[in-house]
Design a protein around this ligand. Structure first.
Ligand code: GLN
Length: 506
């Protein structure tokens, strides 16, 4: 292998082979990524770089590789969404209220990645407390999507941004941008209403939100506890399968983590889908849906059919209530989870005379606008007078949404195919500043999956007329992530992979 760029071009599976064959060392692989990160600071994907830690972990990997004791992710350099607590490394959820917070503990998911030999490159930017669809609510500023519209002048003078740079999606915008720009081999992410799948769709990467309970939530900053799930964002389906195997598993510190064996997901990548039935839900065909999205969907159906799947039309009648119900349930849980940030135990403290003054000043200064909006909506819908009218109704809708899926699965459907997002990536500052609902509409195809606790994967499937990636979503039965990998692999083989040119490199 020659030159740093060649090493960052490798997938996790390819890097694993190269390390085993001693074509290069973990030190060389990590150094290549550290150099790439340094040249890509204009993208703002990392909020903290940890090169010393990375090189020390790579040295340990090289020792284990030399002694023949390599682990499943030995020497693979990863980026970690800043929502995961990392021991001794600042973890802020990209909020000022956690400014300077250095956890004395490691999240279960990340500790499993390190147990398996992975190397930490740093912490990745995200929307504040994972609330957003564009990474624009981060206290560290927006992330720039490595993809540009055809003919765009963004980054014409390398190292600067002219014209409208695009958002990478959110909330896991740093994770998706870093994977797409080859600033890590893979990244951790979280998904409460679409935050793994929508940024994966906007950046031509693969993102899977596993079944609720598949990965432990312990040590991940909580947004909406009944919806939050961790998962990987990766370059391709195989890499996502490799990462999820290490991230998943039961955990006695999370009572909602499920005690069921973690399969070797790579074995699911057979290249065919014979015997599987794929449901196409008519309610996802929105009025005024972009013809390109409809065409992409039809293409996905054709690919799965060619590979042996049976395609059936299905109905998920309560889909239209999912988004409004999500924007009641998620803020309700958020308002409760975020009550702990009061200036006493974590991060920021503003002096305010008495204790109430201190709480008020700390929370007013520490939380950004979108987070304050969610806390206000959440406390409103949980208040005595409105609890039944909003919160209880939303919970009932949630049950009905889950029942829609249950009925489809009971009728023999193995997976549901839909578009992942209603559009390709939009410009920074282009959406949601006047009306937050404009931004919330981005989640229209993804929130149902969290409401029902099901696994969902986003697979890049093509480019639109602007030259930007578009993705399809597959939704599976509980704990049937293998089916999603199997179908996703078929789509990936047909569609190919999508990598943006490195215009940001000075
Ligand atoms: N965009 C959605 C929201 O803002 C989902 C976020 C997420 O999945 N963390 O709530």
């Amino acid at each position: 292998m020659s030159g740093a760029n060649d090493l960052t071009a490798l997938t996790i599976a390819e890097a694993r082979e190269g390390l085993a064959a001693k074509s290069f060392t973990a030190h060389e692989l990590t150094s290549a990524y550290l150099a790439a990160i340094e040249k890509a600071r204009v993208l703002n994907a990392y909020v903290i770089e940890t090169p010393e830690k990375a090189l020390a972990m790579a040295a340990e990997s090289d020792r284990r590789l030399a002694s023949g004791n390599a682990r499943p992710l030995e020497g693979i350099p990863l980026g970690i969404k800043d929502l995961f607590c990392t021991e001794g490394v600042r973890s802020t959820a990209c909020s000022n209220i956690l400014g300077g917070f250095i956890p004395p503990y490691e999240s279960t998911v990340t500790s499993q990645l390190w147990r398996d030999g992975a190397v930490m490159l740093g912490k990745l930017n995200c929307d504040e407390f994972a609330m957003g669809s564009s990474n624009e609510t981060s206290a560290f500023g927006p992330v720039v999507n490595p993809w540009r519209r055809t003919g765009s002048n963004v980054g014409t003078n390398a190292g600067t941004l002219e014209g409208t740079a695009l958002v990478p999606g959110g909330s896991s915008g740093g994770s998706a941008a870093a994977v797409a720009a080859r600033l890590c081999a893979g990244a951790t992410a979280t998904d409460t209403g679409g935050s793994i799948r929508q940024p994966a769709a906007f950046t031509g990467t693969v993102g899977i939100k596993p079944t609720y309970g598949r990965c432990s939530r312990w040590g991940i900053v909580a947004f909406a506890s009944s919806l939050d799930q961790a998962g990987p964002i990766a370059r391709d389906v195989r890499d996502a399968a490799i990462m999820l195997r290490s991230m998943a598993g039961n955990d006695e510190r999370d009572s909602t983590a499920v005690d069921t064996p973690v399969p070797d997901y790579e074995k699911a990548l057979s290249g065919e889908v014979r015997g599987l039935t794929i449901g196409i839900p008519k309610e996802y065909r929105l009025d005024g849906m972009a013809p390109e999205i409809e065409a992409l969907w039809q293409q996905g159906i054709a690919w799965l059919k060619e590979a042996g799947a049976k395609i059936v039309d299905i109905s998920l009648p309560h889909t239209k209530y999912a988004l409004p119900a999500y924007y009641i349930v998620a803020p309700a849980e958020a308002s409760s989870n975020l009550a702990r940030y009061d200036g006493v135990r974590y991060g920021l403290r503003e002096q305010g005379g008495d204790i109430t003054g201190m709480y008020e000043k700390t929370r007013a200064r520490g939380f950004g606008k979108e987070v304050r909006r969610r806390i206000m909506i959440g406390t409103y819908v949980l208040s005595a007078g409105y609890y039944d009218a909003y919160y209880v109704k939303a919970q009932k809708i949630r049950t009905l949404i889950k029942r829609d899926f249950d009925l489809a699965f009971a009728a023999g459907v193995d997976a549901v195919l839909t578009p992942a997002t209603p559009s390709s990536a939009f410009g920074i500052g282009e959406k949601g500043s006047a009306d937050p609902v404009e931004m919330y509409l981005n989640d229209i195809f993804t929130v149902t999956v969290n409401m029902a606790g099901l696994p969902g994967i986003a697979i890049p499937a093509g480019l639109d007329a602007k030259g930007l990636p578009l993705a399809l979503q597959l939704i599976g039965r509980p704990f049937a992530e293998e089916t999603l990998f199997r179908c996703g692999d078929v789509i990936e083989r047909a569609a190919g992979r999508f990598t943006p040119p490195a215009w940001w490199t000075p």
